[in-house]
Design a protein around this ligand. Structure first.
Ligand code: PMP
Ligand code: GLN
Length: 384
């Protein structure tokens, strides 16, 4: 059978986590916390299981969770979404993004993505017959080049997928970037998918408040044409639950739900109820995430002081990029293999996020880890 995805192998996250396990390495590759979620959140899941929430919940998600999501978005971004018709709970951000693509992209449509690009977007586009068109976030700043984006837009452009705070670079788009995007799509039929899974992880906000998360929901000209995706996995330290959500204006959400109901239909019932309870009880939890991860970022950067890695700026997400030119001139894919096997620390080669495998000799470390893990990794990395 001819492959629908001839150029796709196994995702780099699976490859590197497996290699880390095989070699007993400290796994700073795939992005997930090595610490526990709130005991209260866990208690709510078992509570709802015992109380009988073990059958299908409503297709779009349980009402209390959709309401809690709409309240959060209204509080943070002053944007109103109707929980009944404009909020859908999904099986992770991955499914939300895939579903938005499936609902909108027809064979031959072009979809603009920004490289380095999160690995699920392009296969999702191609499975639906679309063509991915790459704009570039260029090393070392990883900022959008709006002249390039403008030049890439054609009458066939159906969608633009954006991601800020950005995985893997940790760069964060500014209000000026959002205004540029808003201007570029005005008077077009382009739909935006905004991957905001790290919406709560923007750093250095206290320094004059210059940086904040620029959700598309803040920009009316974007909001009206956007699917906005966030993930409870990132916010509540439960990546394995695969519960996330999508927001969109009613007409777009109607199309999204047509696809959603046949891709997954609905999502884990007790986890949804637990998240709804926890969001109600602890609305402040998400607001503390930035300082929580900023302390981890700073701790990890400190660990690498005196090493031969050069650290790039990290304005958001729980990923730190580093160059290793002083250590080796190997390609990043072989460097991470050797780092894992010989030095006991696993990382992600950033070339895995580039369409042509473009390699700047940069690797990504995940610092969503206990200090003990980061300290142990730091010791090994300083020895290189
Ligand atoms: N988008 C980005 C940018 C991510 O980093 C991730 C996961 N780390 C996802 C989407 C997928 O999130 P989920 O696990 O909720 O599917
Ligand atoms: N998004 C996570 C990362 O960037 C991994 C998710 C996955 O393994 N699919 O590391």
């Amino acid at each position: 059978l001819p492959s629908r995805l001839p150029n796709v192998g196994t995702t780099i996250f699976t490859v590197m986590s497996r290699l880390a396990a095989e070699h007993g390495a400290i796994n700073l590759s795939q992005g997930f916390p090595d610490f526990s979620p709130s005991p209260r959140l866990l208690e709510r899941v078992t509570h709802h299981m015992a109380a009988g929430a073990n059958q299908y919940p409503p297709m779009a998600g349980v009402a209390s969770l959709r309401e809690a999501i709409a309240e959060k978005v209204a509080r943070l971004y002053l944007a109103n979404y109707d929980p009944e018709t404009e909020v859908t709970v999904t099986a992770g951000a991955t499914q939300a993004i895939y579903t938005a693509i499936a609902a909108c992209v027809r064979p031959g449509d072009e979809v603009i993505v920004f490289a380095p690009v999160y690995d699920s977007y392009v296969p999702g586009i191609e499975l639906n017959g679309g063509h991915a068109v790459h704009a570039h976030l260029r090393f070392p700043e990883f900022k959008p080049d709006w002249d390039e984006v403008r030049a890439l837009i054609t009458p066939r452009t159906r969608m633009i997928i954006i991601n800020s705070p950005h995985n893997p670079s940790g760069s964060v788009w500014s209000a000026a970037d959002m205004a540029m995007l808003e201007t570029l799509v005005r008077d077009t039929k382009i739909v935006v998918v905004s991957d905001e899974v790290y919406e709560h992880v923007v750093f250095d906000q206290q320094d004059g408040g210059s940086l904040r998360h620029e959700s598309v929901t803040r920009y009316p000209g974007l909001r009206e044409r956007s699917f906005v995706v966030s993930s409870f996995g990132k916010t509540y330290h439960v990546t394995g639950w695969k519960v996330a959500y999508c927001l969109a204006p009613r007409a777009l959400m109607g199309e999204f739900r047509k696809a959603h109901q046949f891709i997954v239909f609905t999502v884990h019932h007790p986890a949804q109820l637990a998240l709804a309870d926890f969001m109600r009880e602890h609305p402040e939890f998400a607001d503390t995430l930035a300082s929580f991860y900023q302390a981890k970022r700073d701790f990890f950067r400190q660990q690498l002081e005196g090493s031969r890695f050069v650290l790039l700026p990290c304005a958001g997400t729980y990923f730190q990029l580093a160059t290793y030119a002083a250590i080796s001139d190997e390609p990043d894919t072989s460097f991470v293999q050797r780092l894992t096997k010989q030095h006991g620390v696993a990382a992600i080669p950033v070339s895995a996020f580039n369409p042509d495998g473009d390699d700047q000799r940069v690797i990504r470390f995940c610092f969503a880890k206990n200090e003990a893990t980061l300290a142990a990794a730091g010791e090994r990395l300083r020895a290189l």
